[in-house]
Ligand binder design. Structure first.
Ligand code: SF4
Length: 315
């Protein structure tokens, strides 16, 4: 590891021999936490377009969306290998046959992987079998982008997540049995969470040996329940310095072979009341890297809690 943490670019270089670019794809799906199946109104921070602010219209086919985005990325970066990213809402919240067809369609030439964003309670063995089958037949890696956000199940209830910690553990364990990778999404500054929750998050993901992690700061989208609370002065999001300290502690406790997709999210400022303390995401990333250097610390430095540490003295 050249850097003080295991960057996703290094993970891609090792796995595919070169840089790989994600192509966002929007499917006409919703989320069981919005339509009443396991909740209504969704997570308190979820806007009406979910995470799909970079997506093309979902009326376009998967192949069309990939072709358009590919042309754009190819011209900009001379890219040759791609990951199709089924990004918005819960992309396994579909009948299995329809999901299988869409997954097949995502396996276009030069697509080396498919990333499927979904919720832990939408990961059923039937869908994992479909993913494992496509992986084996088409020779593409399949990764679940799985929102957890925090391991503090009281905070999960407060943000109206509609699932707890156990559902995430269950999904991650079963995905691993089917050789489907997991990228866990975590928010490090959720109101009510403390440093102990952030560290326990890193420890839980390390124990589960997820493949990748994406870190975010909470952003406040206009029109959401969180926006109402924010405007009423009911929520505290912490300072940027605090986020940096939490990210450093998270990295120190994270298993060194877990790749970091992001240290901070990249949401656009328009339509939000609060985004990354109005700083560029790259500045916050630089602050985290600088702090790691100042403390002479690195990812995994405190990852000494796995595999029976109390009996090591006898070995
Ligand atoms: S699980 Fe995702 S899509 Fe569903 S309500 Fe929460 S943030 Fe929105």
């Amino acid at each position: 590891m050249n850097s003080r943490y295991y960057m996703i670019s290094e993970y891609f270089r090792r796995r595919y021999g070169e840089k790989v670019y994600k192509l966002p794809v929007g499917l006409p799906v919703t989320c069981p936490n919005r339509d009443g199946t396991c909740g209504t109104g969704g997570c308190i921070f979820c806007g009406s377009i979910g995470a799909g602010y970079e997506n093309l219209p979902d009326t376009m086919t998967v192949a069309e969306q990939l072709a358009v985005n590919r042309r754009h990325i190819e011209a900009k970066y001379k890219a040759a290998k791609f990951i199709a990213y089924l990004q918005n809402f819960s992309n396994t919240y579909l009948p299995p046959q329809q999901f299988a067809c869409l997954l097949e369609e995502a396996c276009q030439p030069d697509v080396v992987g498919v990333a499927v964003a979904t919720r832990p309670d939408c990961v059923h063995d039937r869908y994992l079998e479909i993913m494992a089958d496509v992986r084996a037949r088409r020779g593409v890696d399949i990764t679940l982008e799985l929102g957890l956000q925090t391991v503090n199940y009281r905070t999960l209830a407060w943000i109206n997540r509609g699932h707890g910690l156990a559902e995430f553990i269950d999904a991650a364990v079963r995905a691993s049995r089917h050789q489907i990778g997991v990228c866990a999404h975590m928010i490090l500054n959720l109101p009510g969470d403390e440093m102990i929750d952030v560290v326990e998050g890193a420890k839980t993901l390390s124990a589960l040996k997820v493949e990748q992690v994406k870190l975010h700061a909470l952003y406040v989208v206009k029109g959401t329940r969180l926006a109402q609370m924010y405007e009423a002065g009911e929520v505290a999001l912490g300072s940027c310095d605090e986020y940096v300290e939490r990210a450093v502690a998270f990295l120190e406790h994270l298993y060194p072979e877990i790749a970091l997709q992001r240290l901070i999210g990249r949401a656009p400022e328009e339509n939000t009341l609060f985004t990354n303390w109005s700083k560029g995401w790259w500045r916050i990333r630089e602050s985290i890297e600088k702090r790691l250097a100042e403390l002479d610390t690195w990812q995994g430095k405190r990852c000494d809690y796995l595999n029976g540490p109390a009996v090591r003295k006898f070995l």
